[in-house]
Design a protein around this ligand. Structure first.
Ligand code: NAD
Length: 247
């Protein structure tokens, strides 16, 4: 195991489950001081045990700006800086266009876009040259998915933010990139597949590599974009989707 993030301060939103949790474990295993957020304190406590290396949890909702302030206040108090931000918290909801309710729209945009924007904004005063921002996008931002228009639009927006912020931050030496998974075998996805007969077969046939991603495969891409190995990569969207968007 390499120690690419030894003593680096890494902040991860939505780090208590799925992709965020596995990524938090990977950063911690490579020596990082990891800060994770999650909405439920009980789940946060369990996740910290799993992450190890003294990871710190700050309970909160990314759609509430005062919670984001508390997160970075804790990081500033402990370390006075942030080296990597992985803005990953996100939710997915589906509905056909005619059935999209206002609260569906508000909830998904509020967490996936507003939460991500202010997480990055509030991290920046603590970041310096060499810092890295990684955002979680989705193949859905680039490809049509039935009944997923609101979620897909939030993920297309994330790609756009990465490009604009690459320009905005060029004088500060902070890189911004996106990791976009296709379909990932998270615990939530496993429950979905169990409850929806035929869904797994459909996904296996739709994904060129013939299977869903493992969360570790997404984490590897995040660590690459957060590390010195990607020092000349900026404003990029890396699909980790078994070829799903490409075909
Ligand atoms: P998950 O549901 O397993 O985990 C989501 C995490 O985000 C949890 O830790 C949860 O507590 C947190 N979270 C959700 N809403 C939050 C909020 N308002 N404030 C703070 N934390 C919040 O999800 P996942 O599948 O690991 O998804 C992580 C990211 O990956 C999301 O942005 C999602 O859109 C994206 N993604 C997932 C897939 C997939 O197949 N699982 C595919 C493409 C993109």
């Amino acid at each position: 195991m390499t120690q690419r993030f030894k003593d680096k301060v890494v902040v991860i939103t939505g780090g208590t489950d799925g992709i965020g949790l596995t990524t938090a474990k990977s950063f911690a295993a490579e020596g990082a001081h990891v800060y994770v957020t999650g909405r439920r304190q009980e789940r946060l406590d369990e996740a910290l045990e799993e992450i190890g290396n003294g990871a710190v949890g700050v309970q909160g909702d990314v759609s509430d700006l005062s919670d984001i302030d508390r997160l970075f206040a804790a990081v500033e108090r402990d370390h006075g800086r942030v080296d990597v931000v992985f803005a990953n918290a996100g939710i997915s909801e589906s509905a056909p266009i005619g059935a999209i309710e206002e609260d569906h729209f508000d909830r998904v945009f509020s967490i996936n876009v507003k939460g991500m924007v202010f997480t990055v904004q509030k991290a920046l005063p603590l970041m310096s040259a060499g810092g890295a921002v990684v955002l979680t996008g989705s193949g859905a931002g680039a490809k049509g998915f039935a009944n997923l228009s609101i979620y897909s639009a939030t993920k297309a927006a994330i790609r756009s933010f990465a490009r604009t912020w690459t320009t905005d931050l060029k004088s500060r030496g902070i890189r911004v990139n996106v990791v976009s998974p296709g379909m990932v075998l998270t615990p939530a996805m496993q429950t979905y597949l169990r409850d929806n007969a035929g869904a797994e077969e459909w996904m296996q046939q739709t994904i060129p590599f013939g299977r869903l991603a493992r969360t570790e495969e997404i984490a590897k891409a995040v660590l690459f974009l957060a590390s010195e190995e990607s020092s000349f990569v900026g404003g990029e969207e890396l699909y980790v989707d078994g070829g799903f968007v490409a075909v």
